[in-house]
Design a protein around this ligand. Sequence first.
Ligand code: SF4
Ligand code: SF4
Length: 356
Amino acid sequence: MQTGFTAKALTDPAMRTSEQVIRKCVHCGFCTATCPTYVLLGDELDSPRGRIYLMKDMLENQRAPSAEVVKHIDRCLSCLSCKTTCPSGVNYMHLVDHARSYIEENHRRPLAQRMIRRLLAFILPYPGRFRGALLLAKLAAPFRPILRRVEALRPLAAMLDLAPAKVPRATVNTTKPLAHRKGRVALLRGCAEPVLRPEFRAATIRLLNRFGHEVMLAPNEGCCGALVHHMGREQDALEAARRNVDVWTAQIEGEGLDAIIVTASGCGTTIKNYGFMLRDDPAYAERAADLSRRTLDVTEYLDRIGLPELEECGVTVAYHPACSLQHGQGVTDLPKSLLTKAGYAVWTCNGFAPVT
Ligand code: SF4
Ligand code: SF4
């Protein structure tokens, strides 16, 4: 796609990257077929190609984003299905991330939206606050019909709909040094996952320990920054990334780390992107790129250490391939083959997974 960015605009590294991404798009439209918002809404402006046109116009002309443009960019789920589908290698993720931060800086949202977004950024990345909010959600649940009547407050009603009826107890994971360890990894503590599904982290520690791999939970580590990154709050996201780079680098330089393991794929996609996010920060660029290279989804690490093959156990499990794992990280068949190796019959929405 031809672009018309001014030389002055291209002195901004973020603009330069976006220009390169846009130039790769040949408008073929293959991506529209796999975009859930286009399939659902049927509007070209809610397709990847349509959004690329909107972002190009906004960035190239340094335009203040209109409410209409913001609406279509907001509707993008960042599922990255379009990135996988695109035959020209358009990195839609980098483009939409830049567009969101541009919108955040150059567009004033209505008051209710600003408040809800601030509330989300204040609560979700902090497990203690998130747990408290989920407990409060139970008390607020009866007010959902009233909230639904006020358009600006409907998102709050939708959030209350999603709050689980039961919040799992807060758990403290214990990790222990192993005498004859085969490897040592940091396990991302995460923010929302340990509140909603604490058993994931506990099971990961048990499994890795059983195969001789020591797990450490780094003190002072925080949320990966994905949530604020997707909201366009770029400085908050970079601050989260720098903090985690500092924390894990100290571990690498101390006892050493073979990998940073992530059990939530959205977080994994973001940490694997730290190298890109901090590419223009001379104090962090190199260390961030190193950490991104060391970051693995838990299934990638389990595959690397080589789990034994078990006999079929007669249990069928359903596997949901998360968008961020398959499109963000390119991990597609590995989880299914690991489950098959562990003796399970694996069912996906495409039917039974072949044994690999
Ligand atoms: S598939 Fe790729 S090249 Fe084709 S329109 Fe979509 S983003 Fe552009
Ligand atoms: S990231 Fe997903 S929702 Fe957004 S444009 Fe691409 S396919 Fe559509």
